[in-house]
Write a protein that binds this ligand. Structure first.
Ligand code: PLP
Length: 225
């Protein structure tokens, strides 16, 4: 094993151990959480190492990076896009990303629905910001019901869950318990919304405790960017 692989392998083992511990705390099992390795800014050689170590879910924030890296990995790799969406990049994103986590504008959803032939898995990003002026993306919870109802008409999209990022000025546990409440309501509007994509390197335990099904971890596995 070369140095980089040994390093990543040890980081990954530590993260997995923390995931297992967090799951045990709340009586959930390992198969209830999908670990997405966020590989943005890291070279494809790192993604290949993660693949060799058994990971299959990879997350990217930029279309250009994702479209370059994804063809270099075996076809059973699952690619997630979690970055801010630009309308003119949607076509390309839809080609390489199996799952899009950051849909927060209905016009993007409509455009994506036109571009794909078949059920494309999406998460709806919701904003947990208390002050709307600080909103760094995400549908405001008060507008979510209407958003979900509009999505129901888009037959090529499969809305599988909600995604959120904990605001920097909030206790992650509080932010994610709010997300869990919002998720409960969303599921009543559309039962397909069964997943929660939440938790990053610094707050994934809090996310797991609050029901996250997909956690997105970069720096804790690959190092500082
Ligand atoms: C970068 C990023 C992550 C991973 O962040 P780390 O702190 O490196 O784990 C997860 N989710 C989103 C939306 C990101 O932009």
């Amino acid at each position: 094993m070369n140095d980089r692989k040994a390093q990543i392998s040890s980081n990954l083992a530590a993260v997995r151990e923390r995931i297992v511990r967090a799951l045990a705390t709340c009586g959930r099992t390992v198969d209830e959480v999908e670990l997405i390795a966020v590989t943005k800014t890291f070279p494809v050689s790192d993604v290949e190492i993660l693949y060799e170590l058994g990971l299959r879910n990879f997350g990217e924030n930029r279309d250009q990076e994702g479209s370059q890296k994804s063809p270099l990995l075996p076809s059973d790799a699952i690619w997630h896009f979690q970055g801010q969406i630009q309308s003119n990049k949607l076509k390309s994103i839809a080609e390489w990303a199996d799952v899009i986590h950051s849909i927060d504008e209905i016009r993007h959803a409509r455009k994506l629905n036109e571009l794909v032939n078949g059920p494309k898995s999406i998460f709806i990003q919701v904003s947990l910001d208390e002050n709307p002026a600080e909103n760094r993306g995400g549908v405001a919870p008060t507008l979510l019901k209407e958003f979900l109802q509009e999505l129901e008409e888009l037959e090529n999209l499969d809305p599988i869950g909600l995604m959120a990022v904990a605001p920097i000025d909030q206790e992650p546990d509080l932010a994610f318990s709010r997300l869990a409440e919002i998720h409960k309501i969303a599921k009543e509007v559309d039962p397909r919304i069964s997943k929660i994509s939440a938790g990053m390197s610094n707050d994934f335990e809090a996310a797991i405790l609050n029901g996250a099904t997909h956690i997105r971890i970069g720096s804790q596995i690959l190092g500082v960017r």
